[in-house]
Design a protein around this ligand. Structure first.
Ligand SMILES: Cc1cc2nc3c(=O)[nH]c(=O)nc-3n(C[C@H](O)[C@H](O)[C@H](O)COP(=O)(O)O)c2cc1C
Length: 138
């Protein structure tokens, strides 16, 4: 009988979840869905922690905004949607990057109102440029 590798999936939102699923089920690998939305670095965090045993900190707001900006640019460059629809789609996708400091909603409030690529770039670019900062991810 050939061996069929089984991939574990469902509710993995942290390196600890991935470690637990691997240990408890003996699965060959772990797949991550929802927790990667707005948090694509979850894969490097899981890989790092499984390999070294130590945590990799969450990226700060500047790095999150840089990736959100890249996400938006790539989407707008490659989509076949009309621009207005693409922007509406992006609003929902980019909310996952949680760009507000804890307890604030200014970026979120602005994001759900952007109408054009120019407005979106004007909102995200200053955040991406602000450099390393101590704002912890929520
Ligand atoms: C954006 C997104 C798209 C998905 N697309 C599919 C799909 O096309 N087919 C599928 O079988 N599951 C799809 N899923 C489900 C995931 O593969 C996964 O089974 C589910 O999200 C549970 O894992 P999670 O707790 O890590 O999100 C999708 C999930 C997300 C978040």
């Amino acid at each position: 009988m050939p061996e069929v590798p089984v991939i574990g999936n469902g509710d993995v939102t942290s390196p600890a979840d991935a470690r637990r699923m691997l240990a408890e089920t003996g699965c060959a690998g772990v797949m991550i869905g929802r927790a990667a939305l707005g948090s694509p670095w979850i894969f490097r965090r899981v890989e790092h922690e499984l390999r070294t045993g130590g945590p990799l900190p969450e990226p700060d707001r500047s790095e999150r905004a840089t990736v959100a900006l890249h996400h938006a640019r790539r989407m707008l460059l490659t989509t076949r949607m009309p621009v207005r629809r693409a922007i509406r789609e992006l609003r929902g996708q980019l909310l996952h990057y949680a760009l507000d400091p804890s307890g604030q909603t200014g970026v979120r409030d602005a994001l759900v109102r952007v109408e054009t690529p120019e407005e979106l770039m004007a909102l995200l670019t200053p955040l991406a440029k602000e450099g390393p900062n101590p704002v912890a991810a929520p």
